[in-house]
Ligand binder design. Structure first.
Ligand SMILES: [Fe+2]
Ligand SMILES: [Fe+2]
Length: 290
């Protein structure tokens, strides 16, 4: 169990009022996990504009060189573009970079035109290794430290949560397949006296599926906080309503959702959770502790 978890939003689709920080379509979070007097630091995703990310890192005085590991939630370019530059900026020779084994697959949309939306060419596995990354690609939950683990592949159990976009891949035989974003990972923390904290990128596995996975995996019974994108931006009202009601049943203390959550879903979450909901924004910092 962790004694304290601090989540700082380094990059996001919006910036708060009067903020000098830069926004972008994408997300990046800085996680400080404290246990028994020592702190470990994780970078979760890197957005898609490393100039803006590094600007915010400087403004927020984030000690990027102290990054202990990077976690990539899924392949989308708005979470991975510039990763090799960021790994270089961290400047460690053997930096663990944790993701799913299918991270580097072909991954594309065909509307309005064929476009690869997965990890950009310039951030491929070889480039990352040359920049100092030690790739740890796991489909199973990967324990990062006591009280902190990745989700591994998230079982898709609800009947109302889909990845939210039509995506494709090709397999090794060249067959065209629909791509369910099986690489969608979240981070689960157990905080002493508070319960489960979920950090998610886009929640393509479904935020309700993800939270249930977190409760099962950690054995926690209480949900302390959810941070990240819920990818409801293109969802219909019914899916939003069912998601909000399933989350209400889980009674989280805090729902901090932005990026691909979408205004209508944010409004519905605010309606349901009141002050226990907050939109994200670059530079916002949250602490979860007993
Ligand atoms: Fe995203
Ligand atoms: Fe995504």
């Amino acid at each position: 169990m962790l004694d304290r978890l601090t989540v700082t939003i380094l990059a996001e689709d919006s910036v708060p009022y009067e903020s000098p920080l830069l926004g972008q379509h994408g997300i990046s979070l800085w996680i400080e996990a404290e246990r028994e007097g020592s702190t470990r630091r994780l970078l979760v995703d890197v957005g898609q504009n490393s100039d803006a990310l590094l600007h915010n890192v400087r403004e927020l005085a984030i000690p990027l060189e102290k990054t202990d590991a990077v976690v990539i939630t899924h392949c989308h370019y708005d979470h991975t573009k510039g990763l090799s530059r960021i790994v270089e900026a961290i400047g460690k020779g053997d930096l663990p970079v944790v993701a799913h084994p299918s991270l580097f697959r072909p991954h594309f949309v065909v509307e309005p035109f064929l476009q690869h939306v997965g990890v950009p060419f310039e951030d491929g596995a070889e480039r990352l290794r040359a920049a100092g990354a030690r790739l740890i690609l796991a489909a199973d939950p990967l324990p990062i430290m006591a009280g902190l683990t990745t989700s591994g592949e998230v079982p898709r159990r609800t009947d109302f949560e889909s990845p939210g976009i039509d995506l494709y891949t090709v397999d090794e035989a060249g067959r065209l397949l629909s791509d369910p974003v099986a690489d969608d990972l979240a981070l689960f923390a157990s905080v002493e006296g508070r319960g489960l904290v979920v950090v998610t990128g886009c929640s393509h596995a479904g935020i309700v599926n993800i939270v249930h996975r977190g409760l099962n995996l950690t054995g926690e019974e209480k949900v302390a906080a959810l941070f990240g994108g819920f990818h409801l931006v293109e969802s219909d009202d019914e899916r939003i309503a069912r998601t909000v009601s399933a989350l209400r049943a889980l009674s989280p203390d805090l729902v901090a959702a932005g990026h691909c959550t979408g205004f209508r879903a944010q409004a519905a979450l605010y309606g349901a959770f009141g002050d226990a909901f907050t939109p994200l924004g670059a530079g916002r910092r949250f602490t979860v502790e007993a």
